[in-house]
Write a protein that binds this ligand. Structure first.
Ligand SMILES: *[C@@H]1O[C@H](CO)[C@@H](O)[C@H](O)[C@H]1NC(C)=O
Length: 317
């Protein structure tokens, strides 16, 4: 058995929101967005000596402030941390300003920011360019599906290429995280329920998604490690408009997806309003908002991930 579980397809995710730019927006002059505070990059990490802890990444790839060292009363798991709500975020902000309890990046391994979301809610056919590439009509209602939460893996972990699939594909997606419980959430209230944004790779076994299992997508979407998330939850205060972001995927250095979240059909507000009429949303629930054009299955000829390929997915301003 173990022999089949090849360590393959190392994946790494980057989320580069150009933080220095964001910080300067907090000043009085620039671009009229003076209400923006400095964003935080919330991470779940471990060190060689201690299990999951919550931290703040100083910048993409930077050192990590240990929030549990700053305030030992804080939960050590992101879901519980988010359940505490604004009070926990306020402690995080104080820790960021304190300049204390900083761990050198080399001592830290980042886990998925939410290793155990209650649900992973996904949207199919949600980019205009992705509909065009497969010659299907733009959906009139959101197409909601899900990945089992056990598919979540860390931002620099390897994706296991299962022996059961010959058609493993990539999908870069903008993800967001629910920070406050809600049901029947109005569009105008949606941002109150979101804590921040992440990058996701909605890895998909196309053979199992599209041809097997009665064409129910869930198996092909939910193999172990098929949902890399991270590297951080970038708090929403740095993302004035999540629908004006660059979004990209590279496979072994080759740019395969290159689009803009402005191509999204059902936007963040509409998605939360739609889903929350059926399902109560809880802190730590994760949404994956769909992928742009350039997936492997719709290329001519199709191209799939082979073992030891590297995928790099990014969302950026
Ligand atoms: C994405 O599109 C928006 C709206 O068209 C534009 O303002 C923004 O600069 C684009 N972002 C990137 C990174 O290309």
């Amino acid at each position: 058995m173990l022999v089949l579980v090849l360590r393959a397809l190392p994946v790494s995710l980057r989320l580069s929101w150009r933080l220095p730019g964001c910080t300067s927006w907090g000043g009085t002059q620039s671009r009229g967005i003076s209400y923006l505070a400095e964003a935080m990059r919330l991470v779940q990490f471990q060190t060689s000596s201690d299990g999951p802890r919550i931290g703040l990444e100083e910048k993409d790839g930077g050192n990590v402030i240990d929030l549990n060292a700053f305030d030992p009363s804080l939960p050590r798991r992101m879901r519980e941390f988010l359940e505490v709500g604004d009070a926990a975020l306020a402690v995080a902000r104080r820790a960021q300003e304190s300049g204390q309890h900083i761990l050198p990046r080399a001592q830290v391994t980042l886990l998925a920011p939410i290793p155990n979301p209650g649900k992973v809610i996904c949207v199919g056919l949600n980019y205009a360019d992705h509909c065009q590439e497969q010659n299907v009509k733009i959906p009139e209602e959101p197409i909601i599906f899900s990945k089992f939460p056990s598919s979540v893996t860390g931002p620099y972990d390897e994706i296991i290429h299962p022996a059961e699939s010959q058609e493993v594909d990539w999908e870069v997606e903008l993800a967001f995280v629910i920070g406050k419980k809600g049901t029947h959430i109005k569009e105008s209230a949606v941002m109150d329920h979101i804590v921040g944004f992440m990058v996701a790779n909605d890895v998909s076994a196309r053979d199992w998604q599209m041809k097997r299992n009665g064409k129910q997508w869930i198996l092909g979407k939910s193999f172990d490690t098929f949902c890399p998330l991270g590297p951080a939850i970038v708090t929403k205060d740095c993302v004035p408009d999540p629908h004006k972001l660059g979004i990209r995927c590279k496979v072994n250095g080759e740019l395969v997806q290159d689009s803009n979240t402005s191509q999204m059909i059902f936007k963040t507000q509409a998605l939360v309003t739609w889903v929350s009429q059926f399902i109560t949303l809880y802190p730590g629930d994760v949404f994956l908002t769909g992928t742009p054009s350039g997936t492997g299955v719709f290329r001519k000829p199709p191209m799939f991930l082979k073992r030891s390929r590297k995928t790099l997915v990014s969302v950026y301003t």
